[in-house]
Design a protein around this ligand. Structure first.
Ligand SMILES: NC(=O)c1ccc[n+]([C@@H]2O[C@H](COP(=O)([O-])OP(=O)(O)OC[C@H]3O[C@@H](n4cnc5c(N)ncnc54)[C@H](OP(=O)(O)O)[C@@H]3O)[C@@H](O)[C@H]2O)c1
Length: 330
């Protein structure tokens, strides 16, 4: 089969290349998925730089999620249940990932796709929609009346915006460019601030005070984490779930000592086993209902893995334009 293989944790420009590999054979309890689509996410970029929470033995195929059809199983009742079904699927930690013609995985990492869900939206269903659902659930269970979020014009940010609208949460959306302010306003966002504005910090403090913001969801980190804390009241919390700035969180220790503010992290991989089966089934069902609206992802390009370099270049140059999907050669 054709696949993209990572040979060194030096990033995609130097570490990634298309290869021909033997078709993997499922062991008992595993399924083989013929891939229909797989997106490029920030987690894939971090993985290829060696900065993700999981490191695999090299060489390995990157790609954390995708969709396709289960074409073979290694036996076992659960694996057999999936045979012939269209699924959203996630890669296993110790195995090759989704940027290939076929991927081996566990049925526990597959969700059967309902007929109304396209291969494309199904391919992007596990990482972002599930995280957006989990983050809003955490905010609601924490009884936060109003929340702020960074990187708000990205795919996950737009999902948070639309879920916030659905649940009538007051939200402050933080972006870094004027076009992104306009984009979010066109989606109905009321409070959008951009870090390119010189009075950003004063505006953020004013709006946080006015709305009573007590939680910030931060995908940028770096100095943004401290700026968020600075704008929020005593006992407020920043939940860091991304590192788009590629730099360490910066904050004044007085925020933790005197203001009793908190900074913590969120990782979907930790949240999933803790959520419990009932909650996951509920989330899986609701997410598929919402994939064409609240949890929809925009796509800027669909390319075969042979054109991966071009696709990755497009994505890193314009993440707000939408996801790049790897699809089989037509
Ligand atoms: N912890 C978890 O379990 C979990 C799960 C899912 C996603 N995430 C994280 O969620 C974040 C968003 O993912 P996504 O798929 O929505 O990304 P995406 O669709 O690619 O969008 C990324 C957005 O962030 C902006 N951005 C990029 N670098 C930035 C920087 N240094 N400062 C400010 N804004 C920046 C981009 O704007 P430009 O167009 O201006 O570049 C774009 O609007 C990522 O950090 C991802 O790793 C975490």
């Amino acid at each position: 089969m054709r696949a993209l293989e990572l040979h060194s944790y030096t990033g995609w420009r130097t570490g990634l290349q298309p290869v021909e590999k033997p078709l993997p054979q499922p062991k008992p309890g595993q399924v083989l998925v013929k891939m229909a689509a797989s997106p490029v996410n920030p987690a894939d970029l971090a993985f290829m730089n060696g900065q993700y929470g999981v490191r695999k033995t090299l060489p390995t195929v990157p790609g954390w999620e995708g969709s396709g059809t289960v074409v073979k199983t290694g036996g076992g009742p659960l694996a057999r249940f999936f045979l012939g079904r269209r699924v959203a699927c996630a890669a296993l930690d110790g195995y090759d990932g989704a940027w290939a013609e076929y991927m081996l995985t566990s049925p526990l990492r597959c969700i059967p796709l309902r007929r109304r869900v396209s291969d494309e939206q199904g391919a992007m269903m596990l990482v972002n929609p599930l995280s957006a659902w989990a983050l809003i659930d955490l905010a609601r269970r924490g009884k936060h009346r109003a929340i702020a979020q960074t990187a708000a014009a990205g795919a996950l940010g737009r999902m948070l915006l639309r879920l916030g609208q659905h649940y009538r949460l007051s939200m402050v959306h933080i972006v870094r460019r004027q076009e992104q302010v306009e984009l979010l306003r066109s989606l109905g966002a009321k409070h959008v601030l951009s870090t390119h504005q010189s009075d950003f910090d004063e505006q953020l403090q004013d709006i946080c005070r006015h709305l009573g913001v007590t939680l910030a969801l931060d995908a940028v980190a770096g100095e943004m984490t401290g700026r968020l804390l600075q704008a929020m009241p005593r006992r407020a919390r920043v939940l860091v779930y991304g590192a788009l700035s590629n730099s360490a969180c910066q904050l004044h220790p007085g925020r933790l000592i005197f203001k009793k503010q908190q900074v913590s992290g969120f990782w979907l991989s930790d949240w999933l086993p803790r959520a419990g089966l009932l909650k996951l089934l509920h989330a899986g069902w609701q997410i598929q209902n919402w994939l064409d609206k609240e949890l929809r992802t925009e796509v800027q390009a669909r390319l075969p893995i042979e054109e991966a370099r071009q696709g990755l270049e497009l994505y890193v140059r314009g993440m707000t334009q939408g996801k790049v999907l790897f699809v089989p050669k037509s």
